[in-house]
Design a protein around this ligand. Sequence first.
Ligand SMILES: [Zn+2]
Length: 287
Amino acid sequence: MADGHRKYPVNRTVMHHAVSDDMVNWADIKVQDWFSVVGKSRGYKNGALRSYHNHPSRSVETYAMAHFCLHRYTKDKNKYGWRLTPLIKDVWNNVTWHASNWPINQQSIGIETAGNYVNKRLDEKALMLVADTFRFKDKQLKGKFWINGHKDFAATACPGQIYGQLPILIDMINNPTKWNKKLFPAPKPKPTPKPTPKPKPTPANPLIEKLTKENEDLKKKIVEMDVEISGDNKTIEALKIRISALEKKLKQQGENAGIPKDTTDKINESHSILKKIWDVFKRMLNK
Ligand SMILES: [Zn+2]
């Protein structure tokens, strides 16, 4: 059903705030009923005047005085967190009394934002929902779709702080890419973990290998010596000769080795092992 009052093209949207409950997550039918009840008492003399508008969710006339209600709605997990609930059927072909100006009403879409915006600003994602919904019309009209606030046409504070945000809404209609990037940034891809580089095997140092082996041998000898000493199988002289020979050998290897630290470490280890051998030797002497 069309009321017959439209003047084409419909080339404007007028923003309002309803000074009402925020209607967060209200079902469409509840929102539609609320605006119909309020409109009926305000503008339609409690039903003495007809609207000729169909309720979108019931087979009854509705007395809503705007085309849409903009309210926070997260139940369907839409990306805005907001919803534009139609308040009458066939919004493009029916006129609602929202702008206090008949010619403007005839060519506009009225949007009631649920809540009171005198002291707060509207979430930019809500503005983006409006921009995304009406951008197609702006394209049809080659950029001649206008954005207004109620106060452009009447002495009213409506739509509160939203009025100052209208340039943002216009920019959103004109530059969707920029605003999508800002409001809905793509999640950063997880960085692929770099494989931790395997530690390079230290190149084999033949001298270190040799010293390591000899130190192991020396350690074994301490054990053997202890056994030998306790068994009194070797003479003191034999042990002296063996130890001094080992020390000489190590000293020489140290001299040949030159500077590298790991080499001197190994030589020090050799010396400490030799000291232990001396300790064993002394114990035997004191026996
Ligand atoms: Zn208004």
